[in-house]
Design a protein around this ligand. Structure first.
Ligand code: GH3
Ligand code: MG
Ligand code: MG
Length: 313
């Protein structure tokens, strides 16, 4: 029942409906539209998993299915991070306003009565997909650094604020690492600004490659990165920082056939459990440790002392 996506398909639809006959009818309705790829999931039990893996740009969701209520599924899509924002169009034989308002209240974006007119169905699928894609582009622009693709300064700070609050709430450790490329001005002065840009991109790739999936890297300033490490204590952060240092320094960066040797200095600051420290104080402590690393000759890691009663000592 799956119409394979083509390069031109910017509308990726996941139809969830237990009735094969509906899938066949929808497929017929969409047969001429080359920009629409239709995927079909007959099993409501597998719908959320399927949507999370496929990442459709719109879900066409049946309302009445055996075993699971369509509204219950909408609730699960919304509560699952991988599907939380995918537009959902309910597809139903029911036309009563109560059911419709329940669907919207659960987080559905639209409601169509089976079987909809072809023009209306296509228009709505395209409309929701475009809005969803546009939102993703805007979100990237608002949260990612344009040059390196890692989080921008605001996003990494917001993330740190959330992670620090969570660490304190559950009594977990948390560490941050401030990374600053050494003598980076020389790279620009000697090889030019575009070469400097390429080095920044490669350095951020290397830093990102060293960390775990639930860690976060952001560009804090020009040639400075901030890394947030949830559930990572001081010693683990020290070890990781040493690996980060090596991954930047061990292999020269190739820019236009030239091998550029780069190094970085790293400052680590951590909390163990319930230190009740502000984001600003923690970042300041990492900054001080970084400053010390620069003073000690660069290309090294320095670790701040643990805070006591909310103060770094
Ligand atoms: P230190 O070891 O003390 O950190 O020396 P440094 O030269 O790295 O530090 P400094 O702060 O003197 O210089 C940082 C340089 O980074 C200056 C600035 O032009 C450059 N820079 C900042 N942002 C960018 C960028 O986006 N692209 C490029 N190519 N260079 C940048
Ligand atoms: Mg520097
Ligand atoms: Mg700097």
């Amino acid at each position: 029942m799956t119409k394979p996506p083509t390069a031109a398909s910017d509308v990726i639809v996941l139809l969830v409906d237990d009735q094969m006959i509906v899938a066949r009818a929808v497929r017929q309705l969409l047969a001429q539209d080359q920009d629409i790829a239709l995927h079909y999931c007959p099993s409501p039990q597998q719908a959320v998993e399927r949507a999370a893996a496929l990442q459709p740009t719109v879900i066409l969701q049946d309302l009445v299915m055996p075993g699971i209520d369509g509204l219950e599924l909408v609730r699960v899509y919304r509560a699952t991070p991988a599907t939380a924002e995918i537009p959902i169009i309910m597809l139903s034989t029911k036309e009563d306003p109560t059911t419709k308002s329940q669907a919207f209240a659960e987080g559905a974006n639209d409601y169509l009565v089976k079987l909809p007119d072809r023009i209306e169905l296509v228009a709505r699928l395209r409309y929701h997909s475009r809005a969803y894609r546009a939102l993703a582009v805007l979100r990237d622009l608002a949260t990612r650094d344009g040059l390196t693709g890692v989080w921008n300064r605001k996003m990494i700070f917001d993330t740190l604020r959330e992670e620090l609050a969570r660490a304190e709430r559950i009594g977990n450790a948390l560490s941050i690492v401030m990374v600053d490329l050494d003598k980076f001005k020389n790279i620009n002065d000697t090889f030019g600004h575009p070469a400097g840009d390429a080095v920044l991109q490669e350095a951020s790739r290397r830093l990102s490659a060293c960390i775990r999936v639930y860690d976060h890297v952001g560009r804090y300033g020009g040639e400075e990165f901030l890394i947030v490490l949830p559930s990572c204590d001081r010693e683990q952060a020290r070890e990781l920082s040493e690996r980060l240092r090596q991954s930047v320094a061990n292999v020269p960066v190739n820019v236009d056939g030239k091998e550029l040797h780069i190094t970085c200095s790293l400052g680590v600051a951590s909390i163990d459990t319930a230190n009740l420290i502000t984001v600003e104080a923690l970042v300041h402590a990492a900054d001080e440790a970084l400053y010390l690393a620069k003073e000690k000759g660069r290309n090294c890691v320095q670790v701040a002392p643990l805070p006591v009663l909310g103060r770094m000592i």
